[in-house]
Design a protein around this ligand. Structure first.
Ligand code: NAD
Ligand code: DAU
Length: 341
């Protein structure tokens, strides 16, 4: 039997990178192709070990470049596509929405055309709970797969547009698809523009941590490895055309998250600095994962075990995040900080 060929887009980023590592070691009989443009968020040093593996391949390309993508699909004839590549940071989408439409909407459409053209076995579109908009603070309400799409930021609007295109390619052309909508991830190799790695890296350097608004907004946190196992399950067992929400019931206010990190690292809460709120800041996200659980998925981390593992990882891998925050990131952070003051 010939080896299955799996295209992972955005495999140099945070979740895609963890997923590539997970797949390369779990499925030695699959060929894993990591396709990534290596934007500011892409980094290949995380794949040093994979580079020695025969089943790992890297392709530098832009998903929105039709002239590269279509011939690539014709040549390699991928069986599966797992699509992570995106502009992923809400704050950046507020200051510069255009690239979010280009990559997240047009890029997804090019991949769908290429997948239809060669007839892939399954296209898994990795989306987000942010497409549902926000919930209020009533702890008995959750996002289900039936919740209407009501995205509030340019980022989530571009993701919702791509979800609808994926759905339309299934309805119109019978493309075999699944869409996953996961809550906030954290874990190794998380880019330090996002709340958890930003807090860990700044607290370790005794720098102030900007908390937006009153810090009472709630996110539902999932360790990245539990997201990877969910996507693996959906790729192999997901019913054609279905949407699956992914989340582990780990709701925390932002302030609780920041305080947990500060106390684990034995630092002072004086490092917390309340700053101006994010524009259009969604109040609360919370996922009902019942449909995915019925398919057989179970997370392995609680928030407590996951955050402890993650903090330890940042302590053990200072070289990785120091190299990131010493580059262009510094300008980004200072500009962002100015906007929030
Ligand atoms: P990330 O920003 O860490 O990584 C994105 C990757 O995509 C980078 O490696 C980047 O170089 C690549 N990329 C960007 N534009 C590209 C293009 N035009 N062509 C090819 N590659 C390109 O993102 P992440 O946090 O790992 O998120 C991955 C996916 O998961 C996204 O689709 C995001 O919407 C979704 N998601 C993220 C979370 C989260 O908490 N981070 C939760 C749910 C869903
Ligand atoms: O819910 C899934 C989404 O989670 C993904 O689709 C996005 O790609 C991912 O970036 C993430 O979006 P958020 O906006 O929720 O994540 P972020 O880490 O940017 O912010 C988390 C919360 O922390 C949010 O309420 C804003 C707040 N925050 C964030 C930063 C960067 C702060 O208070 N201070 C900060 O400096």
């Amino acid at each position: 039997m010939s080896k299955k060929k799996v295209l992972v887009t955005g495999g140099a980023g945070f979740i895609g990178g963890n997923f590539v590592q997970y797949m390369v070691s779990k499925y030695p009989d699959y060929d894993i192709y990591n396709l990534d443009l290596l934007t500011y968020a892409g980094d290949l040093t995380k794949h040093r070990d994979n580079e020695t593996m025969e089943n790992y391949h890297f392709i530098k390309a832009d998903i929105a470049n039709r002239d590269t993508i279509i011939p690539l699909f014709e040549k390699v004839k991928f069986d599966y596509v797992v699509h992570f590549a995106a502009e992923s940071h809400v704050d950046r989408s507020i200051t510069d929405p255009g690239v979010f439409v280009q990559t997240n909407v047009l890029g997804t459409q090019v991949l769908l055309d290429a997948s239809k053209h060669v007839g892939v076995t399954k296209f898994v579109h990795v989306s987000t709970d942010e497409v549902y908009g926000e919930l209020d603070f009533d702890p008995t309400t959750f996002f289900t797969e039936e919740t209407p799409l009501q995205p509030n930021s340019p980022y989530s609007a571009s993701k919702a547009a791509s979800d609808l295109l994926v759905r339309a390619y299934h309805e119109t052309y019978n493309l075999p698809i699944n869409i996953t909508r996961c809550s906030n991830n954290y874990g190794p190799y998380h880019f330090p523009e996002k709340l958890i790695p930003l807090t860990i890296s700044r607290v370790l350097n005794d720098e102030k941590v900007p908390v937006y608004g009153d810090g009472k907004n709630i996110r539902d946190w999932l360790h990245v490895i539990d997201h990877c196992s969910a996507i693996d399950l959906v790729l192999h067992e997901g019913l054609n055309g279905e949407v699956y929400n992914v989340g582990g019931h780990n709701e925390r206010t932002n302030l609780e998250v920041v305080k947990t990190i500060i106390s684990t690292l034995g630092k002072s809460e004086d490092l917390i600095e309340f700053v101006k709120d994010r524009l259009g800041h969604d109040k609360r996200y919370a996922i009902d994962p019942a449909k995915l659980e019925q398919l057989g998925w179970k997370p392995t981390y609680t928030f407590e075990t996951g955050i402890a593992q993650t903090i330890q990882w940042y302590l053990d891998n200072k070289e990785w995040w120091e190299q990131i925050i010493s580059g262009d990131y510094q300008n980004y952070f200072e500009n962002q900080y100015k906007l929030n003051r």
